[in-house]
Design a protein around this ligand. Structure first.
Ligand code: GLN
Length: 485
């Protein structure tokens, strides 16, 4: 089946001329149509546009002028990332009719490699959520069990990759939104180091935490995409001038890593026993293959979730101020004066979760509470970052579960924000410390739902991180299993 091949396989098929970009694109389009109703992973897609891009790539391959080994292979795009002349709603009514006037830097780089920009993938509204249920366009289903959530906020991206609607996709990760849905859907998701990938043209949720990254069916595939999208960008002053490496090659370099086991995350409440057992087997694997296993304790990560929800909401409160019905976004028809335009447009345009975050963000920044909440959260953030950095004196990689449980049922946590937020307990501190981390499939629970393990690396240590992940992947076949769809 073409649609379950990896990016690497498809690239090899193009190289030996056994497939053309239009065959590959047609396979993903066909698969998307066949499974689209069941999953709802795309908000929209433009078949004619994708096939047009594919036909142009066919000609390049036929004349030996392909732009890269991946020329003509589709990549799905989260609805948070600007693609010139395409809609970008960020999963929100607020931006329902918005058309992006320009390409995000990551899109421009994918285009320069000839990749086909494929569809708008569903997400939690403005990337706020862990289940894709807050999308104004309706939820996405988990391909492994249609009554479960795919995770979030990049749930559409993860479900589409798992179901063979695309072989790779872009997501964004502010507190886990690439890794958690990757874990829930049995695929690989990489959150790069803060500053590794340009955020230009990516709608801001919490600017000091947001990072774009790839989701795919193998470590090698996400390594290949990172090498394309990464690197400094003059349009994003937080992108860093550290050279991009050949991540595909670097991911094959094996060594006896010193692997730290994050103790605060291994004995915590709420860790499902199937998940704990699967993670235990990953630890055993590394140990039996010559890696040193060392316990790592980061006492302040326990405050991480609370600090994250203060910092992320404070930044969201500020970033989302631009959606006022005047500069951007839905404008209420009921408004009769300027104040009305602001309040009614925002009341109508934003969903419940986004409003909750805006109100929370306004509160933690307000005069009387700023020091008690925001300033303290920033202190916790500094402590967490320095604890991680100290830990990396003794270990090369830190290992933890990606999530406390496998995918939960639809509606199970919608009404209880705290239960939903607790899902992010293992992922958010990585963003607060700006570190790279990857989630890879490492088993199934007793309902045969996928489980992910999270590996965390040093800043800009993507090569080592990918290599450690690939070393595990090579010896297992979890990533080669597909949902019964
Ligand atoms: N689930 C987390 C939140 O709701 C993370 C979201 C994200 O990474 N975009 O904030």
């Amino acid at each position: 089946m073409i649609y379950y091949q990896t990016l690497k396989d498809l690239s090899s098929a193009l190289r030996i001329n056994s497939l053309l970009p239009s065959d590959i694109t047609a396979a993903f389009v066909g698969r998307t149509k066949a499974t689209g109703k069941a999953l709802h992973s795309f908000i929209c897609y433009d078949e004619a546009d994708a096939m047009g891009q594919a036909k142009a790539a066919d000609l390049r391959w036929k004349s030996g002028k392909n732009l890269s080994p991946y020329d003509g292979i589709p990549i799905g795009i989260k609805d948070m990332i600007s693609v010139r002349n395409q809609p970008m709603a960020c999963g929100s009514r607020m931006l329902e009719n918005y058309i992006s006037p320009y390409d995000a830097t990551v899109i421009a780089r994918l285009r320069a490699a000839g990749m086909i920009i494929w569809g708008r993938l569903n997400m939690d509204e403005f990337a706020m959520g862990s289940s894709t249920e807050t999308s104004a366009f309706g939820p996405t289903q988990n391909p492994w069990n249609l009554s479960c959530v795919p995770g979030g906020s990049s749930g559409g991206s993860a479900a589409a990759v798992a179901a063979g609607q695309t072989c790779v996709a872009l997501g964004t990760d502010t507190g886990g939104s690439i890794r958690q849905p990757a874990a829930f859907c049995g695929i690989v998701g990489l959150k790069p180091t803060y500053g590794r990938v340009s955020r230009y043209g990516v709608t801001a949720f919490a600017s000091s935490l947001d990072q774009v990254g790839p989701l795919g069916r193998s470590v090698e595939d996400v390594a290949a995409i990172l090498a394309i999208i990464g690197g400094q960008d003059s349009y994003d002053s937080t992108s860093v001038d550290i050279p991009i490496e050949d991540y595909v090659h670097a991911s094959t370099v094996e060594k006896p890593w010193r692997v730290g086991i994050l103790s605060e995350f291994m004995d915590g409440d709420g860790l499902d026993c199937d998940v704990a057992a699967a993670i235990g087997r990953v630890v055993q694997f590394y140990e039996s293959h010559g890696c040193q296993i060392r316990p790592v304790s980061l006492p302040n990560v326990k405050a991480g979730l609370a600090a994250y929800y203060i910092i992320a909401t404070a930044e969201a409160f500020s970033n989302l101020a631009r959606f006022d019905g005047i500069r951007y976004g839905h404008r209420s028809k009921a408004a009769t004066n300027v104040a009305d335009i602001y309040s009614k447009s925002r009341a109508e345009g934003f969903g419940e979760e986004v409003k909750r975050r805006i109100i929370l963000g306004a509160f933690v920044l307000s005069g009387g509470f700023h020091d008690a909440y925001y300033t303290r959260a920033q202190k916790v953030r500094s402590l967490i970052r320095s604890e991680y950095m100290r830990a990396f004196d003794d270990v090369d990689i830190i290992l933890s579960p990606t999530t406390p449980t496998a995918a939960f049922c639809e509606h199970e946590k919608c009404e209880d924000p705290l239960a939903m937020y607790l899902n992010d307990v293992y992922t958010v501190t990585v963003n607060m410390a700006g570190l790279p981390a990857i989630s890879i499939p490492c088993g199934f629970d007793n309902n045969h739902m996928p489980i992910g393990v999270q590996l965390i690396g040093r800043p800009f240590g993507e090569s080592d991180l990918l290599a450690a992940a690939r070393f595990y992947e090579k010896a297992h076949d979890f990533h080669r299993q597909h949902p019964p769809l």
